[in-house]
Design a protein around this ligand. Structure first.
Ligand SMILES: Cc1cc2nc3c(=O)[nH]c(=O)nc-3n(C[C@H](O)[C@H](O)[C@H](O)COP(=O)(O)OP(=O)(O)OC[C@H]3O[C@@H](n4cnc5c(N)ncnc54)[C@H](O)[C@@H]3O)c2cc1C
Length: 544
């Protein structure tokens, strides 16, 4: 617990009404309201578990757009939360406007090659997923999620507040918080999700350290207005200006909206040079002088970092507080959302009394592999920067394909090997997932293969908030009824649904977790260990 002395040490004056810091333990305190924190709160809200989210930024900044790629998988999570349509409506670039990345000599120069259907952008229905990807600036995603959370019961958004210190004991965590006026107060919660990014405080307070390295090359981002700019190359979500040589300008450029606001990334450009020569750099990318107004600049360096641990007892590191990868491929914020969903449904299950705290031990084993694969893939993409590519279509197609088509990474990752996922049958280990192509699989650990139903709805819309049995028979089957009884004994919520005809796994019983991953599969429901999947007696049950 914090004494008045410790509060003073952090420069915290008691707030006028600090609230009941110790009286009513809050289930979860979410520290940080970037994509990871907002996603964690949305997932907790889906399971009706309360949280307070503290975030220093009262407003999101549209001048620092950062992520634009919202992956198919993140869109599927938004659909689970009931926020996918709101995001599509708020996105300034509709998917139908363009699904293309164009490589060119400049925006006024010749086209070199295109990648169509990049980043999971498609207007057609595809049985493999419930939602297409979406290009949308990160601040828009954050605003949509803030609005979504404001409508959720049990979620309190405290904007202008930041964490400064924490202590924990067997029953909970006490966090010292500073509000916008500089006053301090304490929040007591059973769990803390450290979603405060790379420069937050939770990682250090939890005793974790990043391992990895930073790329020595600088990068320089620009946001500018140029309403008259309308490239002859036609619509594209990104234009890569390549092969300009040492004296020219290479980089990426794209529209933030259809009203004349643009972003650009200039690899290898120092902040001081970029600031002084912004007009020259913009002219270089466009290949002609165009009236423009620079709105913002944002220097950054790529980093490949993974924390040595994602957990300290009741404190979990989520998103960039646990790992950072270069933005190439557009996985950064999507991986953070994946972390948030993974830990939040598990904490919700514990809080709602249908899973033991042991379930939480599966967070790091499940996410570490995904994170490491993402960091490696993003680093590989970084090895072919805009200023290192030749003006050669075939060479570009070879070098950049994995960056724009990464469905294997986005949908094909698996939690196989997790203590709460059915162990693989003896035999040769499956080959690691290919990052570019995705082959639907119902192997335990994989994301449930998606399918569209005859009425136009998604199989995912039939899944419950808890576990779901997807199988050929329903509750009238005594074996299914028996599984339901076992679930009820442990108070595990279980929904039962049948897949449509044509579903390739129709004859099997698939036990699906709240995050849509297959926990167990069997020919008979008696073979589904729902207790282990929910974290009960994990060690002893798996030893049998
Ligand atoms: C140029 C660039 C382009 C990118 N493009 C993409 C892309 O296309 N697709 C993609 O997926 N990703 C992309 N990314 C990465 C993406 O921006 C990050 O991965 C994402 O923002 C990380 O989310 P987060 O919530 O973990 O952390 P952050 O976004 O850093 O959020 C952390 C939050 O915690 C708050 N905070 C900090 N300290 C405290 C404290 N003490 N108490 C409480 N709150 C605190 C901060 O204010 C912040 O809001 C890009 C990044 C860059 C630099």
């Amino acid at each position: 617990m914090y004494s008045g002395r410790v509060m003073a040490e952090y420069g915290l004056m008691p707030a006028a009404d600090p609230g009941p810091a110790h009286a009513v333990p809050l289930p979860v305190l979410v520290v940080g309201g970037g994509p990871a924190g907002l996603a964690a709160a949305a997932e907790l809200a889906r399971h009706r578990v309360g949280c307070i989210l503290i975030e220093p930024r009262t407003e999101v900044s549209h001048r620092r757009p950062r992520a634009k790629t919202t992956s198919i998988r993140t869109m599927e999570h938004l659909r689970r939360w009931g926020a996918a349509d709101a995001l599509r409506a708020a996105a300034p670039l509709p998917v139908s406007w363009s699904q293309r990345v164009t490589f060119c000599e400049s925006l006024s120069g010749p086209r070199i090659t295109d990648f169509d259907g990049a980043f999971g952008l498609t207007v057609g229905r595809d049985d493999r997923f419930a939602e297409a990807g979406q290009q949308v600036p990160q601040p828009v995603v954050e605003e949509v999620l803030r609005d979504h959370l404001r409508r959720q019961r049990g979620v309190v958004l405290r904007l202008g507040h930041s964490a400064v210190a924490l202590t924990q004991d067997d029953a909970g965590v006490t966090v010292a918080v500073r509000d916008a006026a500089g006053s301090g107060y304490l929040i007591r919660a059973r769990y803390v999700l450290g979603c405060d990014g790379a420069s937050g405080v939770t990682r250090e307070l939890a005793g974790a350290r990043y391992a990895g390295r930073a790329d020595p090359r600088p990068n320089f981002n620009l946001v500018f207005r140029a309403p008259s700019l309308d490239p002859h190359l036609g619509p594209a979500v990104q234009y890569w200006v390549v092969g300009a040589g040492p004296s020219g300008t290479s980089g990426l450029i794209g529209r933030l909206d259809l009203g004349g606001t643009w972003w650009a990334i200039l690899p290898g450009v120092e902040a001081a040079y970029g600031t002084a020569h912004a007009a020259e750099l913009i002219t270089g990318l466009i290949g002609a002088r165009v009236d423009h107004e620079v709105l913002a600049t944002d220097p950054w360096t790529a980093r490949m970092l993974v924390a040595d641990t994602f957990r300290d007892r009741r404190v979990f590191l989520v998103g960039e507080s646990a790992h950072v990868n270069p933005p190439w491929g557009g996985h950064g914020f999507n991986t953070c959302v994946g972390d948030a969903v993974n830990i939040a449904w598990k904490i919700a299950a514990v809080e709602r009394g249908w899973a033991p705290p042991d379930l939480l031990a599966s967070y790091e084993p499940e996410r570490r592999g995904v994170v490491e694969q993402t960091v490696a893939s993003a680093e590989a993409n970084m090895r072919a920067p805009a200023d290192g590519l030749p003006r050669d279509a075939a060479a570009i197609q070879r070098a950049k394909r994995a960056e724009f088509y990464s469905l294997g990474l986005v949908l094909g990752y698996s939690y196989a090997g997790s203590p709460v996922v059915q162990p693989a049958a003896a035999g040769p280990a499956p080959a690691p997932a290919d990052a570019t192509s995705y082959t639907p699989s119902a192997e335990p650990g994989a994301r449930l293969p998606h399918f569209w139903l005859p009425d136009g709805s998604s199989l995912y819309d039939r899944l419950g908030r808890g576990f779901t049995l997807v199988g050929p028979t329903g509750p009238a089957d005594p074996a299914v009824a028996d599984l339901a009884k076992r679930a009820a004994r442990r108070r595990i919520p279980l929904t039962v649904t049948s897949p449509p005809s044509g579903y390739p796994w129709r004859a099997e019983f698939l036990l699906v977790r709240p995050d849509q991953h297959v926990a167990w599969r069997a020919d008979d429901p008696a073979g589904l260990d729902i207790e282990t999947a929910a974290g009960f007696d994990v060690a002893s049950r798996r030893a049998r």
